[in-house]
Design a protein. Structure first.
Length: 649
């Protein structure tokens, strides 16, 4: 049995066909609309509203003949509009009145039937017009709505107003008026998404902005409106939406870039009677404000990290909700990963969601998934170092080692100190460490060890990719680094930090001014960064004093003494390397050099021995040390090389 909207549509089409055929005497003809015959001219002249003719008298009896059938069909149709059919639910979601619902029923009926399209082509006397035009709609709904219900006659119902630019049908994007010709021949048709929906297919509208997600659910209670949710991370803001409207369906989308994207978004939300959650990364533009303003049948949620300026908000009543923290709580961990929180990782809900999706690819392990959070975002501006060395590989004075352990503890126990014990996190919960000392004293190695202990990756910032001669570009590159680092728990390592964090100077020209701006920007960015940052420099006195105030842990790396050098030499040769006749005590006692030079000399000795095809001997070690002295421009003395001096002289 046909649905009531289809029955009503067919009766209206049948009546109009008989009016054309019987009352107006218009026979079907080949090539309709391609030329105008003499009979066409006479008939058109008689039908013009400004000329008296027999047409109205001939049409009225034909319309009266269908009055009872159409009235009964309209009564059944109106009753169904209060029901639970897809058409009725769509009409209610769009806020349609009975006239708008009838027009929607008619254009959908035509769109879904080739037979009806041939009939419409006959009604409109043109094979080029198989869809209803604005002129035909105005003609078919000739009586006013009040007259339909009372049975009284009336002078013309403007049915075309149901598809006017600001009518509910158009605001909900359920019909489209196309064409650039005269008003009367512009066609009216439903978008394909509406037809598919009424035929039982729930595929998403292909015009939706990329990245749009649909969450099925019930219709949100409370009626239309605008809600602003700002702060925290995107997942926490969605949690607030779920708390406000439990179980409600929603469409989550970025801001559409064109009118077609807005139309698809509005249409999709109307079809699903869903909330529209729009993620904002900048204030709304005029097109976005207009789209939200005119769709009064929808409830909009504007989600953003920052507050939206008042002048960018649509002129509709709104209320605002502030999210203070986006950190995942034990309930989030249990729901996403089925386990209690890992105190080693402080993840936002956004990050936890990504980790949960990635654990299937990492055999359920959390550490690799956390490490992948920032993967790709920092490529090109930082070098990722996967920590492979631990405390046993680090040879430093005991107090320096204790400070490094305290640095790791500061990062690992932030949730206890700032969360449970409620110490003020001013200006942020981040940790900044300064490693100062000569080159080769273990600053990079220490940063790697700390990252490895924390189970994090170390990202060494590439200054050549960051510093730019163009004004403002350095700040943009740094913002990219800090923004990407915030997406994952990692250790951010700035080597040669005095190049970026140097002292501000007196302003004598524009270059000084912009150099000072870079330093000021870095200081502000460190104030708000919640991760672990390590600054390494050869000259601590070159670091601006404002940065030193922000330092949590400062360690001075000095050249190793003889006991430390002995330990470094003993670990410089791998167990697999063939070593013979190496006097570790002599090397440690005689050569007062850094650990980096010792490792370079051991490596150089290995290559010399490999080229000779022998084991590594003192001869190879001394020759390698000679090369290191040459690189440093340091004199080779007999007092240092003693009995091996002849080899290097």
């Amino acid at each position: 049995m046909a649905e009531t909207w289809a029955v009503l549509a067919d009766l209206l089409l049948q009546r109009e066909a008989l009016v054309c055929r019987v009352a107006e005497g218009r026979p079907p003809r080949d090539f309709a609309g391609l030329y105008v015959s003499a009979d066409d001219l006479d008939r058109v002249l008689k039908s013009l509203p400004g000329i008296d003719g027999p047409a109205p008298e001939a049409v009225a009896p034909m319309r009266a003949r269908f009055a009872d059938q159409i009235a009964a069909a309209r009564a059944a149709f109106a009753a169904d509009l209060d029901g639970a059919t897809p058409f009725a639910e769509l009409s209610r979601a769009a806020g349609l009145d009975p006239a708008g619902a009838e027009v929607l029923a008619l254009v959908i009926a035509v769109e879904t039937s080739a037979a009806r399209q041939r009939l419409v082509a006959y009604l409109q006397d043109s094979v080029h017009l198989p869809q209803l035009t604005l002129g035909s709609l105005a003609r078919m709904f000739a009586e006013p709505l009040a007259a339909r219900r009372s049975g009284a006659a009336g002078p013309g119902h403007p049915a075309d107003r149901a598809v006017a630019p600001d009518a509910p049908l158009r605001r909900a994007e359920l019909v489209e008026v196309t064409g650039t010709g005269p008003w009367a021949v512009r066609t009216v048709a439903p978008p394909a998404r509406v037809v598919w929906h009424l035929r039982g297919d729930d595929s998403a509208d292909p015009g939706l902005p990329p990245g749009t997600a649909r969450v099925p659910g019930a219709r949100a209670e409370g009626g239309p409106g605008v809600v602003l949710i700002n702060g925290g991370d995107a997942e926490s803001r969605l949690r607030a939406v779920e708390d406000l409207w439990p179980g409600a369906g929603r469409v989550e989308a970025p801001v559409p870039e064109n009118p077609a994207g807005w139309a698809a978004l509005v249409r999709e939300a109307t079809i699903g009677a869903a909330l529209v959650v729009v993620g904002l990364d900048k204030p709304l533009d005029a097109a976005a404000r207009d789209a939200i303003t005119r769709t009064t049948h929808l409830r909009w949620v504007l989600s953003s990290a920052l507050e939206q300026p008042l002048d960018s908000l649509p002129p509709r009543p709104w209320r605002e909700i502030r999210i203070d923290s986006g950190e995942a709580d034990p309930g989030d961990w249990q729901r996403v990963l089925g386990r209690p929180p890992d105190p080693q990782y402080r993840l936002s809900r956004d990050q936890l969601k990504l980790v949960g999706a990635a654990t299937g690819s990492t055999d359920g392990e959390i550490s690799p998934a956390v490490r992948r959070l920032a993967g790709g975002h920092l490529d090109g501006v930082a070098v990722r170092i996967r920590p492979r060395r631990g405390w046993d590989d680090l040879v430093l004075p005991p107090d320096d080692v204790r400070q490094l352990r305290e640095l790791a503890a500061r990062h690992r126990r932030r949730d206890v100190v700032y969360g449970q014990w409620e110490f003020p996190s001013v200006p942020s919960t981040g940790v900044v460490a300064l490693f100062a000392g000569p080159s080769g004293t273990g600053k990079t190695l220490a940063a790697e060890v700390v990252a490895g202990v924390l189970g994090l990756d170390l990202y060494k910032v590439d200054l050549s990719a960051v510093v730019s001669k163009y004004i403002g570009e350095t700040e943009k590159n740094l913002e990219r680094i800090f923004g990407a680092a915030a997406a994952g728990d990692l250790v951010l390592f700035f080597d040669e930090a005095d190049a970026l964090f140097g002292k501000r100077s007196e302003v004598s020209d524009a270059h000084d001014r912009y150099a000072n701006i870079e330093v000021a920007y870095l200081l502000q960015r460190l104030e708000t960064y919640d991760g672990l940052v390590v600054l390494a420099t050869n000259l601590q006195r070159n670091i601006d004093q404002a940065f030193l105030r922000r330092i949590s842990v400062a360690i001075d790396f000095v050249l190793p003494e003889e006991p430390e050098r002995r330990a470094i030499w003993s670990r410089a040769f791998p167990k697999a390397a063939p070593v013979e006749d190496i006097d570790i005590d002599f090397l440690a006692r005689q050569f007062k050099v850094s650990g980096g030079i010792i490792r370079n000399a051991a490596l150089g000795a290995g290559f010399l021995a490999a080229d000779d095809g022998t084991a590594i001997t003192m001869r190879h070690a001394v020759l390698a040390m000679k090369r290191e002295f040459q690189k440093m421009g340091r004199l080779r003395t007999e007092a240092e090389f003693e009995r091996y001096f002849e080899l290097v002289d």
